[in-house]
Structure formats: structure tokens, C-alpha cells
Design a protein around this ligand. Structure first.
Ligand code: ADP
Ligand code: ZN
Ligand code: ZN
Length: 818
């Protein structure tokens, strides 16, 4: 019985799969999880085979698959299962979910290979003469594989007379694996040095028991870290190569050549992560993680550790444990800069011992990304570090998923499929029976709520490593500052003095502002009109260097107006400082200082980003100005002052998470100060010093903030006490948008009050975005399943009323209601 049809998911906004016929020539290469090229309407699309079936639905014209793209199915069955869950939960077309999961389609230089498995090896070893279950050709193949070290190119197998079907049969029997391996990598190698445990060798007992001091340095480095690349070892021990050579000759060390990872970044060279003994809190946290591993089943742990408490150190050891148990691990980080940083640590920790660490993020070129992705798929990398979409890394035998800074909004994808990386991580961990370890200094309210209720296990790191003090946080009341100075500089007198002091002491300062550009509003003094984007209901931002206005939502540009577009008055003025303005101001106030700015305008590429951060870390800069980008994760040792220009701009947003965001941002940014030996100081400028989000951030008291904020959320029926879905109806034609929201309202209203609340339709806070008019419904229910049911029904209703699916945007668990 052959399966001659398959259902294919296509990246189109339709909630269905499509049936195609499998031509005989492709029978072997089309399996669930394979990517295929298929005709759709009048073009060719890349789709994913979801399942193979015997029959096609009757009375439809079935077209044939044009081409099979993958040799090895791109996705594992577990990932297909995850995609189905996502499509259901987030009400996203499954084809779009797969598109988010899959690597870019690129022409990689590859070689198809046949790999001998363990059972293949024992089969051939047990039966040197042809056993009955194998025909002579198959036997010859296994024998050749055995002889050639377990891997041969596919063409050699073909030369032995084995066709695709024969190979697939062997694969299904578990005797071989097929894989596609990348060619054209620089096969540059490095020498790795390991400590040879002499005590295990009785003949060596003649060695003097007391080793000399240099030997001792090498021994402790290698025993703490395991094998290290020679360059790193020399750096760590400050010894010359001749010492290592002597020890190799004496048989104290062993060495081998290992390929250098192509994803390596330039800062890797000679990078040695500090090897710390865990402190008591870290030790306890790690013990709890291990206890979870021992149970060998799914569980979520929240590691709530204040900034600088050494969470990374615990992550590394948890991954180390996972690998030692023969499993694989994913580490999600909220942004690209951190993938570099954590990736570097991982390579230093695991690169030399296990074949590899893969790094996945959106700033890689398509080829790099595809290459890394396939290294993972082929089992060549067992640790994956990456941003949001790395949660789909095709690892098998997953043991641990770490989500660092789990509260970060960058884990939420704000386009279809609108998934949350942390939540998908938890679901994936559950499906794979793995542990999920969430880490944060300021957990999201939802996560902490689960930890409090016992659904997650709570691990606490309450103090900074080595008893370092938390930075002292002070409020600068801008009302007072103004009444004293009558200055309009965004830099208050106190902040100015603080920076001056940093410069005098040759330490570093970070200054944070949450808007980029020069001025974020252009206003007419005569009529009060502001210059709005023509596509969006939002004011345009002035960028001075680029000499134009930009819309930060749709990217549209305008020349700087010489007069008011409405009343032609010449009194146009710019107000609201952005990062560009702040940088200019700092340069004026501190003429001798070395200053750089880091925001999305200056750090367009990975390289620019790295260069600026690298320069700052190396002490080549005194002041770094920037947006939120600066707030996260970085471990700068010489920062003694952090200034926050305005804590209020995020508080005043019409969003139920405004207080939470402000608290998180302030705490994170405070965490950048005083991480080294030097104590840190944080100055927060604000007009509302009495707000609890600011007060609790000053005290760096998360539990207090949690208590107050939960009261508000409970009273207002917001998460974590209710599930939320945001439904937006949108169209460039205002009348259509209105008509469709009316129709949708007819569907919704009978359900209102029956276990869920339906608010709307109302004009969305961003009433116009990218030329589209937007109306909003907000659905709230304590029961998520009910929400899902009603929304599922809404999708059917849309079909019935012939409302295009693209006109209705469903955001399950929205992070923002803007
Ligand atoms: P977090 O992510 O919790 O803010 P990090 O993991 O970045 O903190 O660690 C902060 C600093 O403390 C790092 O420089 C790290 O090397 C160091 N560190 C971690 N654990 C220890 C320890 N047990 N003893 C001394 N220093 C440590
Ligand atoms: Zn005007
Ligand atoms: Zn716009």
C-alpha cells in the first residue's frame, strides 16, 4: 500500500492545508516534515508536508508536487505537533506557523550522506557474514560504512546499487541515518588541551605528588573548565606555550585538533569566561534544577534573581548537566546582543567538549541562518542560543529550555503567528518532557503568579554575587529641579553632577532615554497642530542628522516643514527629546568626554552594535547614551552611574501593563550599575515620584510591586486573573472596516456576559496604522478555553460572511493593547 497523496501547509493566510499528489519519482523524499515546491494558483510556493495520505478528497482537481526540497525532513514530528498547537491556540493559519519555524530556503553547498547508527554497527558486527535480514547490497553498504568510519557520501551508496527505496528501508529499520551536511566551511582547526588524570594511571604514580606552581595553574584551569582551546588556556593561565609543550611531553596533558565553529564571533578569540565557585544561593538553585532533571519529567522553574546575582552561571551549569545526560538544550535570550554574549559563554563552556553550539537570530544572513539551522537538524550542535524563533530549533532529545529575562516583550511576535516565545517554550518543554527554566530579575506578573500558586517552582537569588551591594537608586523630582534651575535641559542638575563625578573618577556612565530620534513631536505654535504621519494616527519624529521626519510605525518619511502644513504659520517648533538630541546635549555639556549612542538608528547591523558595546566594555568610552537596548543583560564592570532621563513616558501610556513595564525597565537599568567592584548609583528623573511603580523600583522591591500591581489587575480583571484576546478589524477603506466590525459585533454580542466580557467595537488606540483604519474588541474571560471557543466560532463566522481573514487580527494574550 503506498501513500500517494499528501497534505501540504502553505504560507498563505488560509486556515487549511492543501492536498497534492506525490509523483513516483519523489515517493522517497516526501515525508511529513519535508519542504516541497508546489503549484498554487498561478505560482510556485514552498510548503510543508504535514501528513501523507492514501486518498485525495473526492471531486477536487489534484495537482502534483513540483519538487522536493529536503533530503532529510526539515521538521521533526514533535515540531509538527507544536505547529498544530500554535495554529489552534493563536488562531493562526498553520502554513504561517510553519513559515515562522522553517529556515530560509537557500542554496547551501551540501553533501548528502549515509551515516551508520549504533544499531547498524552492532548489526554488522554481530553478523559479519550476510545475515538473512539484509540483502547482499545492504550488507555491503553497512560493511563499507563500518570500514569508512561510519559516514559515506550518498553517491557511494548509489554506486553499490542501492536506490532511494532501499536506503529508506534501512533508515526505517534504524540501521542508518540520512543527512545533509554542509560543505565549504572553513575547515580551520584549533588545538584543544585537556588534563590527563594521571592518578588514574598506576604507572604514573612515580610522578612527584607536589606539582610545580605553573603545572598547578594549568591543572586547576582545566579541571574547573574541562578541555580548553590552547589560546584560551594560555590566556587563562598567563603561561607560555613552552610550558604546555613540556607538560604534553611529560604526559600530564593531552591534545587534539578540533574544528573552529563558523558562527564564532571575533570577541571569542582568547575569551575565557570566569570560572566561579557557585555561592550558596546559586548552589541551591542548581540543586533544584537537578532535582527536576532527576524526576525526568516536564516542569517549569522560575529563577527570580536580582540583577547581578549570577543567573548566567546557573544556566551554564544546568546546560552542562543536560548535556551530560545525553540531552540537548535551548537558551532563549531577548535580543541579538545577548545571543552573542551568551553564545560566547556557551562556546567557551561547551564548544570544546561537545561538537557544538549553534546561534540563531534574525541578524544572520539567510545562508548563515540556514547553515546553523541544519547543523542543529543534523545533530551537529547540541546547544542552541538564540532569540524568539530559536524556540523552533530542530533539536531532538530536548532536555532543557532556558528563557532568560522571560518578561521581555521581544519574545512576543507582533505579526502572524502572534506567539509568545516563552509560552511556546513551556508548551514545547511539555511536549518533549523537558524542563523549562525561566529567569528574571523582574518576572512578568503572570509568571510570578504561577510561581506563587505553586504551578511553577520558585528559585530565588536574593543577593548579588560576592555580597556586592545593589546600586543605590535616587529620584530626581523634575518639578523641583525646574523650579530651582529654570533650565530646560533634559539633564537635571543632579545628573549633570553625577556624570561629572564619573568623568573625574574615570568610571563610566549609562544614560537611558526611551525614544530615538531628535524630537518626537513637531508642533505648530499658532494652531496647535502636530505633524502626523499620513498613514498612521501618530506624530512623526524629527531626525536631525538625517534631516527629515520619520514615522516609527510605518517608516514613511517627510521633509522638515518650514511652516505649519495646516495654517502656514512659520512658528513650527520641535519638542520632546529623543536619543539623538540627548547625545548632542551631552557632547555640549561634557566637551572632553568620549560619548557614543546606541539605538536602532546607530546600531543597524550586528557589527555596529558589537563595536559600540565592545568599545564601551573595553573602556574606550566614558558615556553611552541609548534606548531600552542598554537596559538588558549587559555586564559592564566599570559603570557606576545610570541616569534615566524620564521614567514617565512609559507610565502614561494607555495600557494596562504601563506600570509593570516601567517597574521592569527601571529595575533592569538599575541593574546595570555597580556590577563590578565599584558601587553603583542610579538617578531616575520623573515628574511623578509618588507613583508606586517608581517607588518600588527605587526600593528594588519586586514582591511589594507584585502585591500592589496584582490588586489593580484583579480589580480591573486583567491578566493574570483573566485571559485576554485583542481582536482588531482593519481595512484601508473606513466603511468596510466599520461594516465588518458591526458584523463581528453581531456574532459576539450574544456571548457577552456568559462567562466572558466583550468590550467594543471601539476605535483602537492607534486608530490608523499603515493606512488601515482599526477597530478593536477586547475579550476577557477567566476561562481561556471559553475564549478559544468563541474566537474559533468567530473565524467560521468570518468565512460565512465572506469577511477576508486578513481583515481580522486576533491577538491571544496580547502584550500591548495599542
Ligand atoms: P545576572 O544575569 O543574574 O544579572 P550575571 O550572570 O551576569 O548576573 O553575573 C554577574 C557577574 O557575577 C558576572 O560577572 C559573573 O561572572 C559573576 N559571578 C557569577 N557567579 C559568581 C560567583 N559565584 N562568584 C563570583 N562571581 C560570580
Ligand atoms: Zn498651524
Ligand atoms: Zn506611519
Amino acid at each position: 500500500m503506498s501513500l500517494s497523496f499528501c497534505n501540504v501547509a502553505l504560507p498563505v493566510p488560509l486556515r487549511t492545508t492543501f492536498t497534492y499528489a506525490i509523483p513516483d519519482s519523489l515517493r522517497d523524499s516526501v515525508q511529513p516534515g519535508s519542504r516541497v515546491l508546489v503549484p498554487f494558483r498561478n505560482k510556485l510556493l514552498v510548503g510543508l508536508v504535514v501528513e501523507c495520505v492514501q486518498h485525495a478528497p473526492p471531486a477536487t482537481k489534484i495537482r502534483e508536487i513540483t519538487k522536493a526540497i529536503d533530503f532529510l525532513p526539515a521538521l521533526t514530528p514533535k515540531l509538527i505537533e507544536l505547529a498544530h498547537w500554535m495554529a489552534g491556540y493563536y488562531l493562526a493559519p498553520v502554513g504561517e506557523v510553519f513559515r515562522a519555524m522553517l529556515p530560509p530556503v537557500t542554496e547551501l553547498r551540501t553533501q548528502r550522506q549515509v551515516v551508520l547508527t549504533e544499531s547498524g554497527r552492532s548489526a554488522i558486527e554481530k553478523a559479519p557474514a550476510a545475515p538473512r535480514s539484509l540483502d547482499p547490497q545492504q550488507h555491503a553498504l553497512l560493511a563499507q560504512l563500518c570500514e569508512k568510519g561510519g559516514v559515506i557520501p550518498l553517491v557511494s551508496a548509489t554506486k553499490l546499487g542501492l536506490d532511494g527505496t532501499a536506503l529508506q528501508r534501512l533508515r526505517r529499520a534504524g540501521l542508518i541515518e540520512l543527512r545533509e551536511s554542509m560543505l565549504g566551511r572553513k575547515s580551520k582547526t584549533q588545538r584543544v588541551i585537556a588534563w590527563k588524570d594521571v592518578r588514574a594511571n598506576p604507572e604514573d604514580s612515580a610522578l612527584p605528588p607536589i606539582l610545580d606552581e605553573k603545572v598547578e595553574r594549568v591543572r586547576s584551569a582545566l579541571q574547573a573548565r574541562g578541555p580548553l582551546p590552547q589560546s584560551q588556556l594560555l590566556r587563562a593561565t598567563q603561561l607560555s606555550r613552552s610550558v604546555i609543550e613540556r607538560m604534553l611531553r611529560d604526559g600530564l596533558l593531552e591534545s587534539w585538533e578540533e574544528r573552529i565553529d563558523p558562527a564564532e564571533d571575533p570577541f571569542d578569540v582568547g575569551y575565557v569566561p570566569p570560572a566561579h565557585e557557585l555561592n550558596a544561593e546559586q548552589e541551591t538553585a542548581l540543586k533544584l534544577v537537578r532535582a527536576r532533571f532527576e524526576l525526568g519529567e516536564f516542569g517549569v522553574l522560575l529563577m527570580h534573581g536580582v540583577t547581578g546575582s549570577g543567573k548566567t552561571e546557573v544556566y551554564m551549569r544546568a546546560v552542562q548537566d543536560t548535556l551530560a545526560r545525553g540531552k540537548t538544550a535551548i537558551i532563549l535570550v531577548p535580543e541579538i546582543a545577548l545571543t552573542l554574549w551568551i553564545g560566547r559563554q556557551c562556546r567557551a563552556w561547551f564548544g570544546a567538549r561537545f561538537e557544538g553550539v549553534a546561534v540563531l537570530h534574525s541578524a544572520l544572513s539567510d545562508v548563515e541562518r540556514a547553515r546553523e539551522w541544519w547543523r542543529v537538524r543534523n545533530g551537529e550542535a547540541r546547544v542552541v542560543v538564540g532569540t524568539r524563533s530559536a524556540i523552533f530549533a530542530p533539536l531532538e532529545n530536548l532536555g532543557l529550555i532556558i528563557v532568560d529575562e522571560e518578561q521581555e516583550s521581544s519574545y512576543k511576535q507582533e505579526e502572524t503567528p502572534r506567539y509568545h516565545g516563552r509560552d511556546v517554550a513551556i508548551v514545547r518543554a511539555k511536549m518533549e518532557n523537558a524542563a523549562a527554566l525561566l529567569g528574571s530579575a523582574t518576572p512578568s506578573l503572570e509568571t510570578y503568579h504561577h510561581a506563587r500558586s505553586g504551578k511553577y517552582e520558585l528559585l530565588t537569588l536574593a543577593s548579588r554575587v560576592e555580597q556586592r551591594a545593589m546600586a543605590s537608586v535616587e529620584i530626581v523630582d523634575l518639578r523641583e529641579d525646574f523650579s530651582k534651575t529654570h533650565q530646560t535641559s533634559p539633564i537635571s542638575a543632579a545628573l549633570h553632577a553625577g556624570i561629572q563625578e564619573c568623568l573625574a573618577q574615570k568610571t563610566q556612565a549609562l544614560v537611558l532615554i526611551n525614544r530615538r530620534g531628535y524630537s518626537w513631536s513637531v508642533l505648530c505654535r499658532s494652531c496647535g497642530a502636530s505633524v502626523q504621519c499620513e498613514n498612521c494616527s501618530i506624530s512623526m519624529t524629527h531626525h536631525k542628522q538625517r534631516n527629515r521626519l520619520e514615522c516609527h510605525y510605518c517608516g514613511s518619511l517627510k521633509p522638515i516643514p518650514k511652516q505649519c502644513p495646516k495654517c502656514q504659520s512659520k512658528y513650527v517648533y520641535f519638542f520632546g527629546e529623543g536619543s539623538e538630541h540627548l547625545e548632542e546635549r551631552l557632547r555640549k555639556e561634557f566637551p572632553g568626554a568620549r560619548i557614543a549612542r546606541l539605538d536602532r538608528d546607530t546600531a543597524r547591523t550586528k557589527r555596529q552594535f558589537q563595536e559600540t558595546l565592545g568599545a564601551f566594555a573595553a573602556g574606550a568610552l566614558d558615556i553611552l547614551v541609548g534606548t531600552q537596548m542598554l537596559a538588558k543583560g549587559h555586564d559592564f564592570q566599570r559603570v557606576t552611574l545610570v541616569g534615566v532621563i524620564s521614567a514617565d513616558s512609559s507610565l502614561s501610556l494607555p495600557d494596562f501593563r504601563a506600570a509593570e513595564r516601567t517597574f521592569q525597565l527601571l529595575t533592569q537599568v538599575a541593574g546595570r550599575a555597580g556590577r563590578g567592584e565599584l558601587p553603583g548609583r542610579v538617578l531616575i528623573q520623573t515628574y511623578y515620584p509618588e507613583h508606586y511603580a517608581i517607588q518600588d523600583a527605587v526600593k528594588q522591591d519586586y514582591p511589594a510591586f507584585y502585591e500592589r500591581e496584582t490588586q489593580f489587575r484583579r480589580a480591573m480583571a486583567y491578566p493574570p486573573f483573566t485571559s485576554l484576546a485583542n481582536v482588531i478589524v482593519r481595512d484601508t477603506d473606513l466603511e468596510k472596516a466599520i461594516r465588518w466590525s458591526r458584523q463581528l459585533s453581531e456574532y459576539f454580542s450574544p456571548h457577552d456576559g456568559k462567562g466572558l466580557r466583550i468590550l467594543g467595537p471601539a476605535a483602537a488606540p492607534l486608530a490608523k496604522l499603515k493606512r488601515e483604519h482599526r477597530f478593536q474588541f477586547l475579550l476577557k474571560s477567566p476561562k481561556r478555553s471559553l475564549l478559544a471557543k468563541i474566537l474559533g466560532g468567530a473565524m467560521t463566522y468570518l468565512d460565512l460572511k465572506e469577511i477576508p481573514e486578513t481583515a481580522v487580527l486576533v491577538d491571544m494574550d496580547p502584550l500591548s493593547l495599542m
